[in-house]
Every structure is written in C-alpha cells, then in structure tokens.
Write a protein that binds this ligand. Structure first.
Ligand code: THU
Length: 162
C-alpha cells in the first residue's frame, strides 16, 4: 500500500482592497450579479462574474425552482451562458460571492464539485488556468490559480477513450 498526499495552493487576502484593480472590479461585478439571484427556498444568494479576454463581463446567479433539483448554481449559469454565447472569447477569471439575510456568511463560498467540473471543461478548451476569486462580505478572499489546484482528481475527456 502506498499512501499519497496531495497539496493544493491558494492565496488568501484579508480584504478585496488588496486585489489589483481588474480583479477588485470583477469581484464588484459578482456582488452585482447576486441581485438577480432567484433563491426563495435556500435564501442563499450567490453571484458569479466571469471576465473574458476581451474585457467583457458575464453574470450568473443561482436560480432555484419549486422542484428543487431543477435549479442551478450561479457559477454554472454564468459558465453555460459563456459556452452558449461567447465560446471564442476565453475566460480569464471568475469571481464568486454569496449573501444571506438570514445568517452571516463568514468564509468564502467554495463552488460545488459540479461547477468545478464545468469550469475545468472550459479551462481545458484554452489550456490556460482560469483564476478563481472566492469571497464573502467581511471575510477573507481566496484566490486559486486554475481549477486543478482546487479539484486535483478532475475528470477529463481523455478518460473516455481506451
Ligand atoms: N449555490 C451556488 O449557486 N453556488 C455554489 O457554489 C454553492 C451553492 C447555490 C445553489 C442553491 O441555489 C443555493 O446556493 C443553496 O445551495
């Protein structure tokens, strides 16, 4: 038996103000994206913003449904919008944040596995890491250089062929 250990790297900033301007601005767009969150069931509003190579910003927010599994996370709303409308304009970075009126969110929200898997697919399209910014209202900002530092055992299409 061999026991393996995997380390992941990420940066932590105390506040958004420590980010450079383009990334600070992207985080501000993620805050704006929460406005259109449809989250009457969880009351957990999530906003995601993508910055494309051209500078264009794509917004996503979580969209819930009375038939619960029909809803979708903010990240995938933004990412699928990109895939459907702007696939020729590579994604440089994604910022994600969340807010609830019901309770305080003290730590950045880390994206679910399904969202990371979708992010990985699009990252692979251009073979360039997509920078990930996760933050909440008063807590730290976590920054990952690409999805693989986040989800080391990704599933890629090369596993689909023998
Ligand atoms: N949610 C997101 O939009 N992104 C995440 O990273 C985690 C969870 C949404 C899904 C659902 O609408 C609500 O948050 C509670 O899970």
């Amino acid at each position: 038996m061999i026991s393996h250990e995997i380390k992941i790297n990420f940066k932590e900033y105390n506040t958004l103000k420590e980010l450079d301007k383009p990334n600070y601005d992207l985080c501000a767009e993620a805050v704006k994206a929460m406005k259109n969150s449809h989250s009457p069931y969880s009351k957990f509003r999530v906003g995601a913003a993508l910055r494309l190579q051209s500078g264009k910003i794509i917004y996503g927010s979580n969209q819930e449904n009375a038939a619960y599994p029909s809803g979708l996370c903010a990240e995938r709303v933004a990412l699928f919008h990109w895939g459907a409308n702007h696939p020729d304009d590579p994604i440089e970075a994604i910022a994600v944040t969340a807010h609830s009126d019901e309770f305080e969110i003290l730590q950045p929200v880390t994206s679910c596995g399904a969202c990371l898997q979708v992010l990985a697919e699009y990252e692979k399209m251009y073979n360039k890491p997509i920078e990930i910014f996760l933050f909440c209202n008063n807590g730290p900002v976590w920054v990952m250089e690409g999805v693989e530092s986040f989800l080391p055992f990704l599933f890629f299409e090369n596993r689909l062929i023998s």
